[in-house]
Design a protein around this ligand. Structure first.
Ligand code: M6P
Ligand code: ZN
Length: 194
């Protein structure tokens, strides 16, 4: 009888879900760091952001791109590590984006920490889902998505999206989300910004 010896995945060797760090290990992992200096115009209190140390890390994204960007039918995989903190009371958050190819969807899931996932339709109607370890979030096509860390530890979440989705950051840069999340006296407050 012929048998087939299994091998480890050749390029992404492992994701640390056991230790719950979510860290990706492997030769082909690409890491992107976003500092407060990179996030000009993202927070409402832009002058407060500009006054903070621009080298402060807001989040890191580790990605595994098994196929070239733009490939139809492929998938990308990532883990994001969003630090706790705020700018003028507004919690640290990702830039947020629509997909350039509007109809493409994405999964997010919580690994560590807690926060809110803002989901905004093209007509600017918005909702928020609580993210926590083990929560799974399906983001349909045509929905902008932004993660907000409302906790006191690093918010770690996984993501999987089509390799031809692309990122449209310009729409969010120009029009923003229709709600922002601030520290309130009784916890996070999602305030409308229509
Ligand atoms: C997830 C995915 C990535 C995205 C990252 C950070 O890992 O959605 O595509 O780049 O979050 O979010 P953003 O690009 O909006 O800053
Ligand atoms: Zn996306």
């Amino acid at each position: 009888m012929q048998t087939i010896p299994p091998t480890l995945a050749p390029s992404l060797a492992a994701v640390d879900f056991d230790g719950a760090t979510g860290l990706l290990h492997g030769a082909s992992v690409v890491e992107d760091v976003r500092t407060l200096g990179d996030l000009a115009g993202v927070f409402e209190a832009e002058s407060a952001r500009a006054a903070l140390d621009p080298s402060t890390v807001a989040y890191r994204v580790q990605c595994y791109f098994p196929v070239a960007d733009g490939t139809e039918g492929g998938l990308f995989f990532g883990c994001t590590f969003l630090e706790p903190g705020d700018v003028g009371g507004e919690y640290f958050m990702t830039k947020g984006h629509f997909h350039a190819k509007r109809d493409t969807a994405e999964f997010y899931w919580g690994i560590r920490g807690e926060g809110l996932l803002l989901l905004m339709n093209e007509d600017r109607t918005i909702r928020a889902e609580r993210i926590q370890p083990g929560s799974l979030h399906y983001i349909p096509g045509r929905v902008a998505h932004r993660m907000v860390n409302t906790g006191t530890e690093t918010l770690t979440f996984g993501a999987c999206w089509p390799s031809d989705a692309g990122h449209d950051y310009a729409t969010i840069r120009d029009e923003g989300f229709s709600a922002r999340v601030f520290k309130g006296p009784d916890g996070p407050e999602i305030r409308r910004r229509d």
